[in-house]
Ligand binder design. Structure first.
Ligand code: NAP
Length: 467
């Protein structure tokens, strides 16, 4: 999503000499990788679109994965980006040299570039549970981001480990097919009920006919979702409404024992808020069991829990999330004066205003550390970051400087302000989540969206070292 965007914006600036490196054979990022049944985006599709590329034909308010993937494929063709993409080219090393960046692919090819933009996504590297015997399971056992082609779950005894956003989208689909479904839940989740409206032909035709209406829909959702994102920063009225909505949704679970199991012991919004139209109705079906005892070990025939019970399974699905703080790693990056990314990020990933790093000249990131990755459209965020980056590159094009990197002082000051702003936020109110990085601090944007907008509007060149 963000790499394609950068390509379009480079072209708009009249820059044709760029290459997008893609390790697989298709575009689409997370929407190519994730193919589990029920995959959808919990940001309304009219907002989860490029602002300059509305799609009147979205079929649902929250459209499904294949449709979103097709949107990015169409976008690639419409903007004629394919000639710029090198498919099957995984970058494994990036080193700054006196001649600029030297990139190396897994095949050993080398490329040079004046600028590098990392657009490698956030939730990209699957996290596997460290459970005894996992490799011994006799049936299919896989991470949700590695869904096997042609898997038939009909009549199977299925286990799902994890109850994050992925699992909660997947459970209703598996429940319909499987003979039994055991959900291994370590931590209960707050779930906000959001119906997924299907758009009629007439609604789609109206949006096709009146493009302004499309823009209004985008603006309306943007306003609403920025408001929701700001709620977690301490808008108690909104937070209370969200918590109330989640609690009311939970009350739809009739069996008190099941309701108890599904009741979280932390406040709604601490982990990423989950939206679902059908999770609670699915888990109340007779073929579903929520297992809250810990997993002791995996056996060839199933999962043994801490209470000694053996859950017989044919298929084991790991909905256990991602290594969210890898960013462009495992690429081995070395900046100026031999500074490695590993050294620069000892203690946790830190950046200048989410997009740049001192000692890494002419290098920028999309979705870098502390990008606002809550319940808002990452596409809008990438657009703002791209706008910032393009202003730097355009200055370089005029010959104003050869290299540009933020100063260490400005980066430190930015991060100190961030870190002092996390106290009292809902993310540190007493839960574990993938928002928290190795320093224990949330790796998210702790200010209102308007502040991100302001900081991305134009670079403050006094905070950069240019040579
Ligand atoms: P996640 O939110 O990190 O959830 C992982 C789940 O696995 C959690 O329930 C976790 O339990 C559990 N888990 C991890 N290791 C375990 C272990 N060893 N034993 C037992 N349980 C274990 O991952 P995700 O569901 O893939 O979602 C990640 C993010 O992807 C979401 O927050 C969202 O940003 C994004 N996403 C978005 C959409 C969308 O619609 N836009 C859809 C899917 C995903 P604990 O809670 O106890 O850690």
């Amino acid at each position: 999503m963000s790499g394609l965007l950068a390509g379009v914006k480079l072209r708009e600036a009249g820059i044709e000499s760029f290459t997008i490196f893609e390790k697989t054979d298709d575009v689409g990022g997370t929407w190519r990788e994730n193919r589990y049944p029920g995959l959808s985006c919990d940001v309304p599709s009219h907002l989860y679109s490029y602002s300059f590329e509305p799609n009147p034909d979205w079929t649902h308010r929250y459209s499904y994965g294949p449709e979103i993937h097709a949107y990015f494929q169409r976008f690639t063709d419409k903007y004629d980006l394919r000639p710029h993409i090198r498919f099957g080219a995984e970058i494994v090393e990036a080193a700054w040299t006196p001649e600029g960046w030297r990139l190396q692919t897994a095949d050993g090819e080398t490329h040079t570039a004046d600028f590098v933009i990392s657009a490698s996504g956030v939730l990209h590297h699957p996290s596997y549970p460290d459970v005894e015997g996992l490799d011994s399971f006799a049936g299919p056992c896989f991470h949700t981001a590695r869904w096997p082609d042609g898997l038939d779950l009909a009549g199977k005894r299925v286990g799902i480990v994890g109850t994050g956003s992925t699992s909660i989208q997947l459970i209703p689909q598996v429940q319909r097919l499987a003979s039994s479904l055991s959900v291994f839940q370590r931590t209960a989740q707050w779930v906000f009920r959001v119906p997924n409206q299907r758009y009629t032909e007439a609604q789609q035709a109206r949006l096709r006919r009146f493009p302004l209406l499309n823009r209004l829909v985008y603006a309306g959702y943007a306003w609403l979702f920025r408001l929701i994102s700001s709620a977690v920063l301490g808008n108690h009225f909104l937070l209370d409404r969200i918590a109330e909505g989640c609690r009311k949704n939970l009350e739809s679970v009739r069996d008190p024992e099941l309701r108890r199991k599904l009741t979280p012991d932390y406040v709604a919004g601490c982990k990423r808020l989950i939206m679902s139209p059908d999770f609670y109705s699915a888990v109340q079906k007779a073929n579903v069991e929520i297992v809250t005892e810990g997993i002791a070990r995996v056996t060839p025939a199933g999962v043994e829990t801490d209470d000694g019970r053996h859950h017989e399974l044919d298929v084991l699905i790991l909905a256990t999330g991602f290594h969210a703080h890898s960013y462009m790693r495992p690429i081995k990056m070395v900046g100026e004066n031999g500074v490695s990314l590993e050294d620069a990020w000892r203690g946790g990933p830190r950046a200048y205003r989410t997009v740049a790093l001192p000692d890494f000249p002419n290098f920028f990131m999309l979705m870098g550390p502390h990008s606002p990755i809550g319940n808002y459209s990452l596409i809008d965020i990438a657009e703002r970051q791209t706008g910032f980056i393009m202003q730097c590159i355009e200055r370089w094009c005029t010959g104003e400087f050869e290299r540009i990197a933020p100063t260490a002082e400005a980066t430190r000051a930015f991060n100190q302000t961030l870190e002092s702003s996390f106290g009292g936020t809902i993310w540190v109110s007493g839960c574990q989540s993938w928002y928290l990085d190795e320093s224990g601090l949330p790796n998210v944007w702790p200010f209102p969206y308007a502040e991100f907008q302001r900081q991305m509007r134009r670079p403050d060149f006094s905070e950069f070292r240019t040579v």
